[in-house]
Write a new protein. Structure first.
Length: 255
C-alpha cells in the first residue's frame, strides 16, 4: 500500500527518469570522446614503446599483456553501454538494493520503507489525538509532536534518497570521461576519486533504509505503551510521552 503522499510513486518516478538519463548521458559522452580516446590510445602506445626503446622500462611479457588488457578494458567501458551497465553501473544501482534485502531479510526497499514509516507515524498520531483530550493535554501535544516528527524524518530521508539517486545518475553518466584517466599513472587518482564518490552515493540508500527500519521498530514500542495507557486510563503517561519523543529524536539524529 502506498503512503498518503505518494512517496513510493515519487521515488519510482525518479528511478525511471534517472535510468534513461544515465544511458543517454553515457552514450552522448561516449560518442563525443571517441576521437579523444583514439588519440589517447596512440599516446599510450607511444609512451610505452618509447620507454622500451630507451631502456627506461625493460621488456616483460606480462607487463605488456597488462597494458594491452588496460587498453581493451578502457575502450570497452568507454564505448559499450551494455558492458558498462552490466559490470559497473549495475553494481552501484542494483547492488545496494540486494545488500539492503540481505540486511533486512528481504524487506529493505527504501521506497516501501519510507511509505510504511509515513503511514505508521500518521496513523499513530491520529490514534493518540483521537483518544486524548483537553484533560490529557500532554497526550495531545505528543500526538502532534509524533505527526510533525514523522514528517521531518520522512522529508529528510526522502531528500537523502533523491539526492543519492540524482548524484549517482550524473556520476555514472560521466563515467566514460573518468575511465580514460585509467590509462596513465599521473591521472589514475582522478578515477579513484570518482569511484569513491560513486561508492559514497550508492551507500546512502543502504544507511537510510537501515535507519528507516529502526524507525519502524524503536518508536513502535513506545507508541504501543502510550496507546495502552490511553486506552486503560491508568496513569498520566508522562514516562511514556517522554519515551515516545526521545525515540523520535534518536531516529532523527541517526538520519
Amino acid at each position: 500500500m502506498d503512503s498518503y503522499l505518494g512517496i513510493s510513486d515519487i521515488l519510482n518516478l525518479v528511478n525511471t527518469t534517472i535510468q534513461n538519463y544515465t544511458q543517454a548521458s553515457y552514450q552522448a559522452l561516449s560518442s563525443a570522446l571517441a576521437p579523444t580516446m583514439k588519440l589517447l590510445m596512440v599516446l599510450y602506445v607511444m609512451i610505452f614503446g618509447i620507454a622500451h626503446l630507451t631502456g627506461q622500462m625493460p621488456f616483460d611479457f606480462w607487463r605488456t599483456v597488462r597494458h594491452l588488457l588496460v587498453m581493451v578494458l578502457v575502450t570497452t567501458f568507454v564505448t559499450q553501454w551494455d558492458f558498462f551497465a552490466l559490470y559497473f553501473g549495475n553494481l552501484f544501482t542494483d547492488g545496494p538494493g540486494r545488500l539492503m534485502a540481505l540486511m533486512s531479510n528481504g524487506s529493505g526497499d527504501p521506497n516501501a520503507l519510507l511509505g510504511q514509516v509515513m503511514d505508521q507515524g500518521i496513523m499513530s498520531a491520529y490514534s493518540i489525538n483521537q483518544m486524548a483530550g483537553w484533560s490529557t493535554l500532554g497526550f495531545l501535544i505528543v500526538g502532534y509532536s509524533v505527526f510533525y516528527m514523522t514528517l521531518a524524518c520522512v522529508a529528510y530521508a526522502l531528500y537523502l534518497l533523491v539526492l543519492s539517486k540524482l548524484a549517482l545518475a550524473i556520476l555514472l553518466g560521466l563515467a566514460p570521461f573518468f575511465f580514460l584517466f585509467l590509462l596513465f599513472d599521473a591521472t589514475r587518482d582522478f578515477f579513484t576519486h570518482f569511484a569513491r564518490q560513486v561508492f559514497n552515493f550508492a551507500l546512502i540508500p543502504v544507511f537510510t533504509s537501515a535507519v528507516l527500519g529502526l524507525m519502524l521498530k524503536i518508536p513502535q514500542v513506545a507508541l504501543a505503551r502510550l496507546q495502552a495507557v490511553l486506552v486503560s486510563h491508568s496513569g498520566h503517561g508522562g514516562r511514556e510521552c517522554f519515551f515516545v519523543l526521545l525515540s523520535f529524536v534518536i531516529v532523527l539524529l541517526l538520519l
